[in-house]
Ligand binder design. Structure first.
Ligand code: ADP
Ligand code: ASP
Ligand code: MG
Length: 409
């Protein structure tokens, strides 16, 4: 008997019919003798719908007070899913019980809309499992030290599932989704993308941090920190597929450096269209300038991704960085009011129509010429700076240039 965590994403929970299928699949695992904890997302589109309602009432939702309310609203999507899944499981003749984040509790810090999990108390869950119940826990949410409901950032149910698996020392965490594993790149953009049987934790972390949405980055960080055995697989196979077969399907995340992996130089391409570029132009190029610009941004709890400082001319330089598009207006505002007057910069500029395309692979460490091949492939397609409208073309060109459609040698 093993303790297994299943996570089901929004599409997998997208209708009552699909929820019934999830229940049948979970029941199959439970009947095989496993203790089951299930972490579902909200039904597809629901979180967007809920956040959209809030936006109709107030377009600017950036204050901590409003962000608290956003979490109050967004967390309800998962509350509905867990209740529905518990009903579906009981209809299958399984004993089951659903919990929200605060009922477990899953304790987080107080950064509303992007809270971090700090502790999970598994007593209640263990007691139910011991009674033979399937336990269903909301993804995406927790409770802060003052009792406020928090959410973990978009796609956060992955993190909830892995964190529960880590806290309970589960034997495996299976992330069921609408694709049958992790591919060399998003199979919805590149038809030739190839499924990887295994991916090293480091590569998965890079893929996720560079924008691949298949797993939320924090779930991969958690998995690495606690070495959670983890697999990404399809929820769209017939629910009654044999467990042995199902348990080997999809993509396994591996932790052993020397394990026989698909050791390609480049193992994947990730992209991200959620970013915006901000440039501070004509800043006096003095030591500490990066800190003067980025310090206030960090204090405002805005995450900075790529940072570029240009070569200086006559003592002045341009300093650019990227932030999430949702933080763009706030960043520009902040720079205008504090950084520009303090640094004596000449001007600000910004671009919200950019995207970031990255190549991923452990093999790159020991190979030269990867970057030049990347830029050559892009220039052959006439792609310069990656304007959002060229993103899909860029991803396809790189996938082909690095022969990622071919099986590894
Ligand atoms: P879920 O609702 O199950 O959490 P997501 O939409 O968050 O599902 O993630 C699955 C999606 O990730 C896939 O439908 C696919 O379009 C996208 N994706 C992006 N990059 C990859 C990749 N390298 N491999 C597989 N899927 C990817
Ligand atoms: N429902 C949340 C979202 O849409 C969390 C998740 O799906 O993982 O972002
Ligand atoms: Mg997801």
């Amino acid at each position: 008997m093993a303790l297994i965590v299943h996570k089901y994403g929004g599409t997998s929970m997208g209708s009552t019919e699909r929820i019934r299928n999830v229940a049948k699949r979970v029941a199959k695992w439970a009947r095989a003798g496993h203790q089951m904890v299930v972490v579902p997302s909200a039904m597809s589109g629901e979180t967007n719908r809920l956040l959209g309602l809030a936006k109709e009432l107030s377009p600017d939702l950036t204050t901590p007070e409003l962000q608290r309310e956003l979490d109050m609203i967004a967390s309800t999507g998962e509350q509905v899913s867990v209740g529905l899944l518990a009903i579906a499981l009981q209809a299958e003749g399984m004993r089951s019980v659903s919990y929200t984040g605060w009922q477990v509790p899953i304790e987080t810090d107080s950064s509303f809309t992007k809270a971090r999990i700090q502790r999970i108390d598994d007593q209640r869950v263990r007691a139910d499992l011991a009674e033979g119940k399937v336990v269903i826990i909301t993804g995406f949410q927790g409770i802060d030290p003052d009792g406020h409901i928090t959410t973990l950032g978009r796609g956060g149910s992955d993190t909830s599932a892995v964190a529960v698996a880590a806290a309970m020392k589960a034997d495996e965490c299976l992330i069921f989704t609408d694709v049958d594993g992790v591919y060399t790149t998003d199979p919805r953009i590149v038809a030739e993308a190839r499924r990887l049987h295994t991916i090293s934790f480091e590569e998965m972390l890079e893929m996720a941090s560079l924008g691949s949405k298949v797993l939320q980055i924090r779930s991969v960080e958690f998995a690495g920190k606690y070495r959670v055995p983890m697999r990404v697989l399809s929820s769209f196979t017939p629910w009654d597929i044999a467990i042995d077969e199902e348990a080997k399907s999809g993509t396994l995340i591996t932790y052993e450096e020397d394990e026989k992996m698909e050791q390609a130089v480049v193992s994947g391409i990730a992209f991200n269209r959620d970013e915006a570029k901000v440039s501070v132009l004509g800043v006096p190029d003095k030591p500490g300038i990066a800190y003067q610009i980025l310090g206030p941004v960090a204090e405002a709890n805005i995450d900075v991704d790529v940072i570029i400082q240009n070569v200086s001319h006559e003592g002045k330089t341009d300093f650019s960085f990227t932030v999430h598009r949702n933080d763009y207006a706030r960043t520009m505002e902040l720079l205008k009011s504090t950084v520009i007057p303090k640094t004596g910069a000449a001007a600000l500029s910004g671009d919200t129509k950019i995207c970031k395309v990255s190549i991923v692979g452990i093999g790159m460490r020991s190979h030269v010429g990867v970057a030049s091949k990347m830029f050559a492939a892009l220039s052959e397609e006439g792609i310069n700076v990656i304007d959002e409208k060229y993103m899909e073309l860029a991803v396809r060109a790189l996938h082909k240039a690095f022969e990622m459609d071919l099986p590894p040698a």
